[in-house]
Design a protein around this ligand. Structure first.
Ligand code: SAH
Length: 349
């Protein structure tokens, strides 16, 4: 698969088996991984960093994932759902500011969502033309629902598989299975979405082998977008007493992803910025090429805490834009307001 890739995957890496890759990866200092990944990223995306406006439109969730701060059993969470008018106003303001992609994220398994999301998308499409992309990140739904949302105006979908270890997945996400999640990813592809997935780095119970398997799974799925970030413990979850791995581990995994999936859009995630003050910059230096300013209204943001110490809670998302611009300039990159399709999609055109 990747050996026939039109992108400059270092060929010796693309051909390595699991054991070969693990050995190679473990023996490389981080500085070497970074410089390889930077070269590949520069060849494919130049020094551009694409922007996606993130709207956390609802924290209602009927799942009970052990790691997640908005899990159903966390009764301390004040639940909210933004109204259609609020969401539309944010998107309109974003478009006026030049943003071209909006990510609508929420908790999972909501009975009402199939219908309300379709209605919202249709309203958004009345003023957002095809230059604007809508990405959904709302969890697993039946394929027919994905089809309806696509018809109503969605273009892309983010659904992390979280971990490639089936047993660990079942343990961390009671009542859910990795195979169902992977089925949903296939459904989304069939329905024509640009699909993103990814995983957390450092989940309690995972090993380096799991992480390398995670990267292999991303490649096998031929993902257009890959979102990863460190696991961060939330005090009101069963994993409260566990610790994150140092940021370096997320940075190394980012570099490996860029080397094996040169075409992918890879965000420098808020979780990385929450673990380390330069976490997002470090991910960008390791081959990430996307940033997601959080446009959720400030008074709601603090109720969407998937993990502790989340950054930018007191800032307005619009202030984030100028902050991000300075941050990327500090590492010699610049923000791009382009729609930013993955190169895999461009290639298929
Ligand atoms: N309900 C949607 C969106 C989930 S929130 C869905 O199921 O896809 C987005 C991502 O946040 C999750 O996929 C997970 O990878 C990440 N996340 C959740 N809890 C976290 C934690 N404690 N630390 C780091 N990342 C976390």
């Amino acid at each position: 698969m990747s050996t026939t890739s039109p992108f400059p995957v270092p060929q010796y890496l693309a051909k390595l088996s699991f054991d070969g890759l693990r050995e190679w990866f473990s023996s490389q200092p981080t500085s070497v991984l970074l410089s390889l990944a930077q070269t590949v990223c520069a060849n494919t995306y130049g020094n551009k960093v694409y922007l996606r406006g993130l709207i956390e439109f609802s924290n209602h969730c009927f799942c009970d994932c052990l790691y997640c701060g908005i899990r159903h059993s966390n009764h301390k969470v004040e639940r909210y759902t933004l109204s259609e008018e609020e969401i539309i106003a944010i998107v309109q303001r974003g478009i006026a500011r030049g943003l071209k992609t909006f990510v609508l994220q929420s908790g999972e398994n909501r009975q009402d969502l199939p219908e309300t999301m379709s209605r919202l998308l249709r309203r958004l499409r009345r003023f957002a033309n095809e230059d604007i992309a809508f990405t959904l990140s709302c969890g697993v739904y039946p394929r027919e629902v994905y089809r309806e949302w696509k018809k109503a105006g969605a273009n892309r979908y983010l659904l992390r598989f979280e971990t490639s270890d089936e047993d660990l997945f079942s343990h961390l996400c009671p009542g859910k299975s990795l195979s169902r999640r992977l089925q949903a990813i296939e459904d989304l592809k069939i329905e024509g979405y640009a699909v993103g997935s990814g995983f957390m780095v450092g989940l309690p119970g995972e090993t380096l082998d799991t992480r390398i398997q995670n990267v292999f799974l991303c490649r096998e799925l031929q993902l257009e977008m890959v979102g990863i970030g460190p696991f961060l413990p939330h005090p009101d979850t069963p994993l409260a007493s566990h610790h994150s791995l140092p940021i370096e581990e997320t940075v190394r995994m980012t570099a490996l992803l860029r080397l094996l999936l040169p075409w992918a859009n890879i965000p420098a995630t808020t979780a990385a910025g929450s673990l380390h003050p330069r976490g997002r910059e470090m991910m960008l230096e390791a081959g990430a090429n996307v940033l997601m300013p959080n446009l959720t209204p400030t008074e709601k943001k603090r109720h969407y805490l998937l993990y502790a110490n989340k950054i930018c809670l007191d800032e307005d998302g619009w202030e984030c834009l100028s902050c991000l611009s300075l941050r990327v300039a500090s590492i010699g990159k610049s923000l791009s307001f382009a729609k930013g399709e993955s190169l895999l999609r461009e290639e298929k055109r």
